[in-house]
Design a binder for this molecule. Structure first.
Ligand code: FMN
Length: 359
């Protein structure tokens, strides 16, 4: 009998298991990508918050740490995007895929495809999946509303079959997945695998400081909420005093935080005001955001960085998927993926048992 875990995802991306470790700003660093891909998943490096030189150094670090193929996440509105595209193309010997939300047009997608790099965008709505397929992408990752970071309101159980019915390319299920049962369920829906962010954030190899990891471990589902005040788009976060303050803030407060975050982003990335403004403008044209919201969207990751890099979970923001509310451990990537493989195989075997015995 064919191996049920050998899917179009493992075949095309060249990994052992149909599991993707998604990109998460400042979290999907070389260490996590190496650990997840060595353990059998396909890892995406979080390039969307990196400058070109930093991204190239990170790509080289991954190449040094593993011979497995891996992916890079970026978006066309980030400072240095054109250079980043060239860097990704230059390393096409081991970069097998790119992921993005919005950005690359058909010409750019064509360039990646010509270089043998698969385009695997993440979408949160049926119409975005259809648009991406029209542009020529190879697969789509569908993120249900349970998912971490920016997220929609339609749950995976509804959105996944909707997208599966609407497009002809392979579909990867994301949003709320963390174990072998979820993988078996996603395959049963017709997906070619699962993509997980929060579960990989909560691993031993995830680079976030222990004090912040402890907040993720301690959070229950009631401690997690979706805020639209951080940057105007729904974003799922662990509740803390800062998020409560942001939730109560007025229009003026939003402008103040937009400017503060923009300045912090400028310091961090070395981007000019012009580049930041263009990044923000790019977002307004695609998402219907006001300029202060877009300034926040371009720079809100700085607040996340405070928690996940600086280890200050009281003064930073902790983006998360709802699934963190039921996770209370920090396995290694090898333990996590070993367990997912074992449990998925057990579930799939249990489901096919009646058929295989002729009952
Ligand atoms: C802390 C955090 C940071 C994220 N950063 C990014 C990012 O930089 N780029 C991106 O495309 N998606 C980002 N995401 C979304 C994830 O890549 C992924 O789609 C999502 O976490 C899947 O849902 P799950 O958390 O339920 O597994 C982030 C998610 C989290 C939790």
């Amino acid at each position: 009998m064919a191996d049920p875990l050998a899917t179009l995802l493992t075949e095309r991306l060249g990994c052992r298991l149909p599991v993707i470790q998604t990109a998460m700003g400042w979290i999907a660093t070389p260490g996590l990508v190496i650990a997840s891909s060595e353990a059998g998943a396909f890892g995406f490096l979080a390039g969307a918050v990196m400058q070109p030189a930093e991204l190239e150094a990170a790509i080289l670090a991954v190449k040094k740490g593993t011979k497995q193929p891996f992916g890079v996440n970026f978006h066309m509105f980030q400072p240095g995007a054109a250079e980043i595209v060239e860097i990704i193309l230059k390393h096409r010997d081991q970069i097998r895929a790119v992921s993005f939300g919005r950005g690359p047009d058909a010409t750019m997608i064509g360039r990646f495809k010509d270089a043998g790099i698969l385009c695997v965008p993440t979408v949160g709505a049926v119409k975005h999946a259809q648009k991406m397929v029209q542009l020529g992408v190879d697969m789509v990752t569908v993120q249900g509303g349970e998912g971490g970071g920016h997220t929609g309101s339609v749950a995976s159980t509804i959105l996944l079959p909707q997208v599966l019915d609407a497009v002809k390319v392979p579909v990867i299920a994301a949003g709320g997945f963390d174990d072998g049962r979820g993988l078996a369920a996603a395959l049963a829906y017709g997906a070619v695998g699962i993509a997980m962010g929060t579960r990989f954030l909560m691993t031993r190899e995830s680079p976030i400081p222990d004090v912040t990891k402890a907040r993720y471990v301690g959070a229950g589902t009631d401690d997690i909420l979706v805020s639209t005040k951080v940057d105007g788009l729904p974003q799922r976060m662990i509740r803390n005093a800062l998020l409560d303050r942001i939730e109560r803030s007025s229009g003026l407060g939003i402008w103040r935080r937009a400017i503060e975050s923009g300045l912090a982003m400028k310091r961090q990335t070395g981007a000019s005001f012009g580049e930041l403004f263009r990044a923000a403008k790019g977002m307004t044209s695609h998402g219907g955001l006001t300029l202060p919201q877009a300034m926040m969207a371009a720079s809100a990751p700085m607040l996340i960085q405070k928690a996940v890099v600086e280890g200050d979970p009281d003064h930073g923001l902790m983006a998360t998927g709802l699934v963190a509310g039921r996770l209370a451990d920090l396995p290694s990537c090898a333990e996590l993926l070993g367990g997912i493989e074992r449990d998925a195989r057990a579930r799939l075997a249990a489901l096919s048992f009646p058929a295989s015995t002729g009952v």
